[in-house]
Design a protein around this ligand. Structure first.
Ligand code: BGC
Length: 373
Protein backbone atom coordinates (compact mmCIF):
# COMPACT_ATOMS: atom_id res chain seq x y z
CA UNK A 1 0.00 0.00 0.00
CA UNK A 2 2.67 2.43 1.10
CA UNK A 3 4.79 1.51 -1.89
CA UNK A 4 1.76 2.09 -4.11
CA UNK A 5 1.24 5.62 -2.85
CA UNK A 6 4.87 6.47 -3.31
CA UNK A 7 5.01 5.21 -6.84
CA UNK A 8 1.79 7.06 -7.66
CA UNK A 9 3.36 10.27 -6.43
CA UNK A 10 6.48 9.64 -8.44
CA UNK A 11 4.44 8.79 -11.51
CA UNK A 12 2.37 11.93 -11.09
CA UNK A 13 5.53 13.99 -11.01
CA UNK A 14 6.92 12.22 -14.03
CA UNK A 15 3.70 12.59 -15.97
CA UNK A 16 3.36 16.24 -15.05
CA UNK A 17 6.84 17.04 -16.25
CA UNK A 18 6.29 15.11 -19.43
CA UNK A 19 8.98 12.52 -18.79
CA UNK A 20 8.49 8.95 -19.82
CA UNK A 21 7.17 6.92 -16.93
CA UNK A 22 9.89 4.36 -16.62
CA UNK A 23 8.77 2.53 -13.48
CA UNK A 24 7.90 -1.14 -13.52
CA UNK A 25 4.59 -0.54 -11.79
CA UNK A 26 1.73 -0.80 -14.27
CA UNK A 27 -0.43 1.47 -12.10
CA UNK A 28 1.83 4.44 -12.80
CA UNK A 29 0.62 5.01 -16.32
CA UNK A 30 -3.00 4.97 -15.20
CA UNK A 31 -2.72 7.82 -12.72
CA UNK A 32 -5.47 10.28 -13.66
CA UNK A 33 -5.02 14.05 -13.30
CA UNK A 34 -7.01 14.06 -10.09
CA UNK A 35 -4.69 11.50 -8.60
CA UNK A 36 -1.76 13.61 -9.63
CA UNK A 37 -3.19 16.56 -7.70
CA UNK A 38 -4.12 14.71 -4.56
CA UNK A 39 -0.96 12.66 -4.49
CA UNK A 40 1.12 15.79 -4.87
CA UNK A 41 -0.84 17.91 -2.42
CA UNK A 42 0.59 16.46 0.76
CA UNK A 43 3.94 15.58 -0.75
CA UNK A 44 7.09 17.46 0.05
CA UNK A 45 8.16 19.54 -2.90
CA UNK A 46 10.82 17.71 -4.82
CA UNK A 47 11.06 20.21 -7.62
CA UNK A 48 12.94 23.42 -8.01
CA UNK A 49 11.71 26.65 -9.58
CA UNK A 50 13.88 28.82 -11.81
CA UNK A 51 12.77 32.40 -12.52
CA UNK A 52 14.37 34.69 -15.10
CA UNK A 53 13.58 38.40 -14.87
CA UNK A 54 14.30 40.59 -17.93
CA UNK A 55 16.38 43.54 -16.71
CA UNK A 56 16.60 46.12 -13.96
CA UNK A 57 16.56 49.32 -16.02
CA UNK A 58 13.33 49.32 -18.04
CA UNK A 59 11.32 49.49 -14.83
CA UNK A 60 12.18 49.50 -11.14
CA UNK A 61 9.50 46.86 -10.55
CA UNK A 62 11.51 43.77 -11.52
CA UNK A 63 14.10 44.05 -8.76
CA UNK A 64 12.17 46.01 -6.15
CA UNK A 65 8.82 44.21 -6.38
CA UNK A 66 8.74 41.02 -8.49
CA UNK A 67 11.89 39.51 -7.03
CA UNK A 68 10.88 40.35 -3.47
CA UNK A 69 7.34 38.96 -3.67
CA UNK A 70 8.37 35.82 -5.56
CA UNK A 71 11.11 35.13 -3.04
CA UNK A 72 8.68 35.56 -0.15
CA UNK A 73 6.22 33.12 -1.71
CA UNK A 74 8.79 30.42 -2.45
CA UNK A 75 10.33 30.73 1.02
CA UNK A 76 6.93 30.49 2.69
CA UNK A 77 6.16 27.33 0.70
CA UNK A 78 9.57 25.81 1.41
CA UNK A 79 10.20 25.32 -2.30
CA UNK A 80 13.72 25.51 -3.71
CA UNK A 81 14.10 28.43 -6.10
CA UNK A 82 16.62 30.42 -8.09
CA UNK A 83 15.73 33.91 -9.31
CA UNK A 84 18.08 35.57 -11.77
CA UNK A 85 18.01 38.70 -13.88
CA UNK A 86 19.22 38.66 -17.51
CA UNK A 87 20.02 42.41 -17.34
CA UNK A 88 18.66 43.00 -20.83
CA UNK A 89 21.05 40.52 -22.44
CA UNK A 90 19.33 37.94 -24.65
CA UNK A 91 22.33 35.61 -24.83
CA UNK A 92 22.67 35.77 -21.06
CA UNK A 93 18.96 34.98 -20.78
CA UNK A 94 19.48 31.71 -22.63
CA UNK A 95 22.64 30.88 -20.69
CA UNK A 96 20.80 31.37 -17.39
CA UNK A 97 17.97 29.11 -18.59
CA UNK A 98 20.44 26.39 -19.62
CA UNK A 99 22.18 26.59 -16.25
CA UNK A 100 18.90 26.42 -14.37
CA UNK A 101 17.85 23.34 -16.29
CA UNK A 102 21.26 21.71 -15.76
CA UNK A 103 21.01 22.50 -12.06
CA UNK A 104 17.74 20.64 -11.77
CA UNK A 105 14.97 23.18 -12.25
CA UNK A 106 11.68 21.35 -12.78
CA UNK A 107 9.71 24.56 -13.34
CA UNK A 108 10.90 27.55 -15.36
CA UNK A 109 9.18 30.92 -15.15
CA UNK A 110 10.28 33.64 -17.56
CA UNK A 111 9.58 37.28 -18.35
CA UNK A 112 11.08 37.26 -21.84
CA UNK A 113 13.19 39.91 -23.55
CA UNK A 114 11.58 39.06 -26.87
CA UNK A 115 9.43 36.24 -28.16
CA UNK A 116 12.22 34.69 -30.29
CA UNK A 117 14.67 34.04 -27.48
CA UNK A 118 11.80 33.37 -25.09
CA UNK A 119 10.56 30.61 -27.38
CA UNK A 120 14.02 29.05 -27.65
CA UNK A 121 14.19 28.89 -23.85
CA UNK A 122 10.69 27.44 -23.53
CA UNK A 123 11.37 24.85 -26.24
CA UNK A 124 14.53 23.72 -24.48
CA UNK A 125 12.75 23.52 -21.14
CA UNK A 126 9.88 21.52 -22.57
CA UNK A 127 12.26 19.13 -24.32
CA UNK A 128 13.82 18.44 -20.92
CA UNK A 129 10.48 17.85 -19.22
CA UNK A 130 10.57 21.18 -17.36
CA UNK A 131 7.19 22.85 -16.74
CA UNK A 132 6.89 26.38 -18.15
CA UNK A 133 5.21 29.63 -17.09
CA UNK A 134 5.24 32.94 -18.97
CA UNK A 135 5.46 35.64 -16.31
CA UNK A 136 3.98 39.07 -17.12
CA UNK A 137 4.98 38.91 -20.82
CA UNK A 138 3.46 36.34 -23.16
CA UNK A 139 6.00 34.62 -25.40
CA UNK A 140 4.29 34.63 -28.81
CA UNK A 141 4.41 31.20 -30.38
CA UNK A 142 6.18 29.99 -27.24
CA UNK A 143 3.64 27.48 -26.00
CA UNK A 144 4.22 28.01 -22.26
CA UNK A 145 1.89 25.88 -20.15
CA UNK A 146 0.66 28.93 -18.19
CA UNK A 147 0.62 32.71 -18.39
CA UNK A 148 0.25 35.09 -15.45
CA UNK A 149 -0.13 38.82 -15.98
CA UNK A 150 -2.51 41.76 -15.81
CA UNK A 151 -5.19 42.65 -18.30
CA UNK A 152 -2.69 44.59 -20.38
CA UNK A 153 -5.18 46.01 -22.86
CA UNK A 154 -7.00 47.46 -19.87
CA UNK A 155 -3.70 48.96 -18.64
CA UNK A 156 -3.54 50.82 -21.97
CA UNK A 157 -7.18 51.84 -21.80
CA UNK A 158 -6.60 53.36 -18.33
CA UNK A 159 -3.60 55.27 -19.71
CA UNK A 160 -5.63 56.62 -22.64
CA UNK A 161 -8.52 57.59 -20.37
CA UNK A 162 -6.06 59.13 -17.92
CA UNK A 163 -4.54 61.35 -20.58
CA UNK A 164 -8.03 62.42 -21.72
CA UNK A 165 -9.00 63.24 -18.13
CA UNK A 166 -5.89 65.34 -17.53
CA UNK A 167 -6.26 67.18 -20.84
CA UNK A 168 -9.92 67.85 -20.04
CA UNK A 169 -8.95 69.17 -16.59
CA UNK A 170 -6.50 71.52 -18.31
CA UNK A 171 -9.20 72.54 -20.82
CA UNK A 172 -6.77 71.70 -23.61
CA UNK A 173 -7.99 72.79 -27.03
CA UNK A 174 -7.25 70.41 -29.92
CA UNK A 175 -4.05 69.20 -28.23
CA UNK A 176 -1.30 67.55 -30.25
CA UNK A 177 -0.55 64.16 -28.72
CA UNK A 178 2.79 62.35 -28.74
CA UNK A 179 2.88 58.61 -28.12
CA UNK A 180 5.96 56.94 -26.66
CA UNK A 181 5.35 53.21 -26.81
CA UNK A 182 7.15 50.38 -25.06
CA UNK A 183 9.55 47.95 -26.66
CA UNK A 184 8.44 46.67 -30.07
CA UNK A 185 9.53 43.17 -29.00
CA UNK A 186 7.34 43.11 -25.88
CA UNK A 187 3.86 41.73 -26.54
CA UNK A 188 2.64 43.79 -23.58
CA UNK A 189 3.67 46.99 -25.34
CA UNK A 190 1.43 45.97 -28.26
CA UNK A 191 -1.47 45.33 -25.87
CA UNK A 192 -0.94 48.63 -24.02
CA UNK A 193 -0.97 50.46 -27.36
CA UNK A 194 -4.14 48.66 -28.46
CA UNK A 195 -5.69 49.87 -25.23
CA UNK A 196 -4.71 53.54 -25.41
CA UNK A 197 -5.16 53.86 -29.14
CA UNK A 198 -8.68 52.53 -28.62
CA UNK A 199 -9.31 55.66 -26.55
CA UNK A 200 -7.25 58.16 -28.55
CA UNK A 201 -8.09 57.19 -32.12
CA UNK A 202 -11.73 58.31 -31.90
CA UNK A 203 -10.43 61.65 -30.59
CA UNK A 204 -8.04 61.96 -33.54
CA UNK A 205 -10.81 60.94 -35.93
CA UNK A 206 -13.26 63.49 -34.54
CA UNK A 207 -10.64 66.25 -34.66
CA UNK A 208 -10.76 66.78 -30.86
CA UNK A 209 -7.11 65.81 -30.67
CA UNK A 210 -4.33 66.01 -33.24
CA UNK A 211 -2.16 62.96 -33.72
CA UNK A 212 1.50 63.89 -33.28
CA UNK A 213 4.64 61.75 -33.27
CA UNK A 214 4.19 58.09 -32.37
CA UNK A 215 7.29 55.97 -31.72
CA UNK A 216 8.35 52.79 -29.95
CA UNK A 217 11.28 52.78 -27.55
CA UNK A 218 13.63 49.82 -28.14
CA UNK A 219 13.94 47.65 -25.00
CA UNK A 220 11.97 50.27 -23.04
CA UNK A 221 15.34 52.04 -22.76
CA UNK A 222 14.75 55.16 -20.67
CA UNK A 223 17.83 56.99 -22.01
CA UNK A 224 16.77 56.41 -25.60
CA UNK A 225 13.29 57.56 -24.67
CA UNK A 226 14.75 60.94 -23.66
CA UNK A 227 16.56 61.28 -26.99
CA UNK A 228 13.47 60.26 -28.94
CA UNK A 229 11.22 62.69 -27.09
CA UNK A 230 13.74 65.50 -27.46
CA UNK A 231 13.55 65.01 -31.23
CA UNK A 232 9.77 64.83 -31.12
CA UNK A 233 9.58 68.13 -29.29
CA UNK A 234 12.08 69.80 -31.61
CA UNK A 235 10.04 68.77 -34.63
CA UNK A 236 6.70 69.50 -33.00
CA UNK A 237 7.13 72.11 -30.22
CA UNK A 238 3.38 72.30 -29.65
CA UNK A 239 3.03 68.79 -28.22
CA UNK A 240 0.37 69.22 -25.52
CA UNK A 241 -0.04 65.70 -24.12
CA UNK A 242 2.21 62.64 -23.93
CA UNK A 243 1.12 59.05 -23.71
CA UNK A 244 4.22 57.44 -22.20
CA UNK A 245 3.83 53.70 -21.73
CA UNK A 246 5.51 53.43 -18.32
CA UNK A 247 6.91 55.55 -15.52
CA UNK A 248 10.49 55.23 -16.78
CA UNK A 249 9.58 56.56 -20.21
CA UNK A 250 7.38 59.18 -18.53
CA UNK A 251 10.27 60.37 -16.41
CA UNK A 252 12.49 60.67 -19.49
CA UNK A 253 9.79 62.84 -21.08
CA UNK A 254 9.40 64.96 -17.93
CA UNK A 255 13.16 65.57 -17.82
CA UNK A 256 13.00 66.98 -21.36
CA UNK A 257 9.85 68.98 -20.55
CA UNK A 258 11.61 70.49 -17.52
CA UNK A 259 14.46 71.75 -19.70
CA UNK A 260 11.83 73.50 -21.81
CA UNK A 261 9.78 74.82 -18.88
CA UNK A 262 6.87 72.71 -19.99
CA UNK A 263 6.65 70.29 -17.06
CA UNK A 264 3.27 70.42 -15.37
CA UNK A 265 1.80 72.07 -18.44
CA UNK A 266 1.93 69.00 -20.68
CA UNK A 267 0.27 65.97 -19.07
CA UNK A 268 2.30 62.76 -19.18
CA UNK A 269 1.08 59.24 -18.38
CA UNK A 270 2.96 56.29 -16.93
CA UNK A 271 2.68 52.80 -15.52
CA UNK A 272 4.03 50.73 -12.61
CA UNK A 273 3.44 53.13 -9.70
CA UNK A 274 7.19 53.39 -9.14
CA UNK A 275 8.43 55.72 -6.39
CA UNK A 276 9.73 58.03 -9.13
CA UNK A 277 6.43 57.99 -11.02
CA UNK A 278 4.41 58.64 -7.86
CA UNK A 279 6.74 61.51 -6.91
CA UNK A 280 6.30 62.96 -10.39
CA UNK A 281 2.54 62.80 -9.83
CA UNK A 282 2.83 64.45 -6.41
CA UNK A 283 4.96 67.19 -7.99
CA UNK A 284 2.28 67.77 -10.65
CA UNK A 285 4.61 66.78 -13.49
CA UNK A 286 2.94 63.46 -14.28
CA UNK A 287 -0.76 63.09 -14.85
CA UNK A 288 -1.26 59.49 -13.80
CA UNK A 289 0.24 56.05 -13.50
CA UNK A 290 -1.21 52.55 -13.55
CA UNK A 291 -0.80 50.51 -10.40
CA UNK A 292 -0.44 46.80 -10.93
CA UNK A 293 -0.43 44.95 -7.61
CA UNK A 294 2.71 42.95 -8.31
CA UNK A 295 2.26 41.01 -5.07
CA UNK A 296 -0.89 39.49 -6.51
CA UNK A 297 0.85 38.69 -9.78
CA UNK A 298 3.84 37.12 -8.01
CA UNK A 299 1.51 35.19 -5.69
CA UNK A 300 -0.56 33.80 -8.57
CA UNK A 301 2.53 32.81 -10.54
CA UNK A 302 4.35 31.30 -7.58
CA UNK A 303 1.24 29.32 -6.59
CA UNK A 304 1.24 27.72 -10.03
CA UNK A 305 5.00 27.13 -9.88
CA UNK A 306 4.82 25.63 -6.39
CA UNK A 307 1.99 23.30 -7.41
CA UNK A 308 3.97 22.23 -10.49
CA UNK A 309 7.09 21.69 -8.37
CA UNK A 310 5.03 19.38 -6.17
CA UNK A 311 3.97 17.39 -9.19
CA UNK A 312 0.44 18.73 -9.29
CA UNK A 313 -1.42 19.89 -12.37
CA UNK A 314 -2.86 23.26 -11.36
CA UNK A 315 -5.65 24.91 -13.29
CA UNK A 316 -5.70 28.59 -14.31
CA UNK A 317 -8.82 30.72 -14.04
CA UNK A 318 -8.88 31.87 -17.66
CA UNK A 319 -6.99 31.84 -20.93
CA UNK A 320 -5.47 34.17 -23.51
CA UNK A 321 -5.02 33.73 -27.24
CA UNK A 322 -1.45 33.48 -28.49
CA UNK A 323 -1.81 35.65 -31.60
CA UNK A 324 1.06 33.87 -33.32
CA UNK A 325 0.20 30.20 -32.78
CA UNK A 326 -3.52 30.70 -32.31
CA UNK A 327 -3.35 28.55 -29.17
CA UNK A 328 -5.33 29.29 -26.01
CA UNK A 329 -2.87 29.60 -23.15
CA UNK A 330 -4.25 28.92 -19.64
CA UNK A 331 -3.89 32.26 -17.90
CA UNK A 332 -4.44 34.30 -14.77
CA UNK A 333 -5.04 37.97 -15.61
CA UNK A 334 -5.28 40.56 -12.84
CA UNK A 335 -6.93 43.93 -12.71
CA UNK A 336 -4.87 47.16 -12.99
CA UNK A 337 -5.82 50.45 -11.27
CA UNK A 338 -5.42 54.06 -12.44
CA UNK A 339 -3.62 56.34 -9.99
CA UNK A 340 -3.91 60.14 -9.88
CA UNK A 341 -2.78 62.67 -7.24
CA UNK A 342 -5.83 61.93 -5.09
CA UNK A 343 -5.36 58.18 -4.83
CA UNK A 344 -1.57 57.86 -4.65
CA UNK A 345 -2.42 57.02 -1.05
CA UNK A 346 -4.03 53.73 -2.20
CA UNK A 347 -0.64 52.47 -3.39
CA UNK A 348 0.89 53.27 0.00
CA UNK A 349 -2.05 51.71 1.85
CA UNK A 350 -1.57 48.55 -0.22
CA UNK A 351 2.04 48.35 1.02
CA UNK A 352 3.53 48.59 -2.48
CA UNK A 353 5.59 51.66 -1.61
CA UNK A 354 6.22 53.02 1.85
CA UNK A 355 5.56 56.54 3.06
CA UNK A 356 9.26 56.73 4.03
CA UNK A 357 10.54 56.15 0.51
CA UNK A 358 7.87 58.31 -1.13
CA UNK A 359 7.55 61.30 1.15
CA UNK A 360 11.20 62.40 1.24
CA UNK A 361 12.37 66.04 1.34
CA UNK A 362 10.12 68.35 -0.64
CA UNK A 363 7.57 65.58 -1.17
CA UNK A 364 6.61 65.53 2.52
CA UNK A 365 4.21 68.47 2.13
CA UNK A 366 2.76 67.03 -1.08
CA UNK A 367 2.19 63.73 0.73
CA UNK A 368 0.25 65.51 3.46
CA UNK A 369 -1.79 67.30 0.81
CA UNK A 370 -2.50 63.96 -0.89
CA UNK A 371 -3.65 62.46 2.42
CA UNK A 372 -0.83 59.92 2.64
CA UNK A 373 -0.70 58.47 6.17
C1 BGC B 1 5.67 45.31 -18.01
C2 BGC B 1 5.68 46.70 -17.42
C3 BGC B 1 7.08 47.28 -17.47
C4 BGC B 1 7.70 47.12 -18.86
C5 BGC B 1 9.16 47.50 -18.84
C6 BGC B 1 6.25 45.36 -19.41
O1 BGC B 1 6.23 44.11 -20.00
O2 BGC B 1 4.35 44.80 -18.03
O3 BGC B 1 5.21 46.65 -16.08
O4 BGC B 1 7.05 48.63 -17.15
O5 BGC B 1 7.58 45.81 -19.31
O6 BGC B 1 9.89 46.66 -18.01
Amino acid sequence: MRKGILSLTAAAALLTFGLAACGDDGATTAAPDGAASSAGAGAKAAGKVGVILPDSKSSARWETADRKYLEEAFKAAGVAYDIQNAQGDKTQFQTIADQMITNGATVLMIANLDSGTGKAVLDKAKSQGVATIDYDRLTLGGGAAYYVSFDNTKVGTLQGEGLVKCLTDKKADKPIIAELNGSPTDNNATLFKNGYDGVLKPKYDSGDYKKGPDQSVPDWDNAQAGTIFEQMLTEQPKIAGVLAANDGLGNAVITVLKKNNLNGKVPVTGQDATVQGLQNILAGDQCMTVYKAIKKEADAASQLAIALAKGEKPTASGSVKDTESGADVPAVLLDPQAIYFDNVKDVVADGYVTKDELCTGDFADKCTEAGIQ
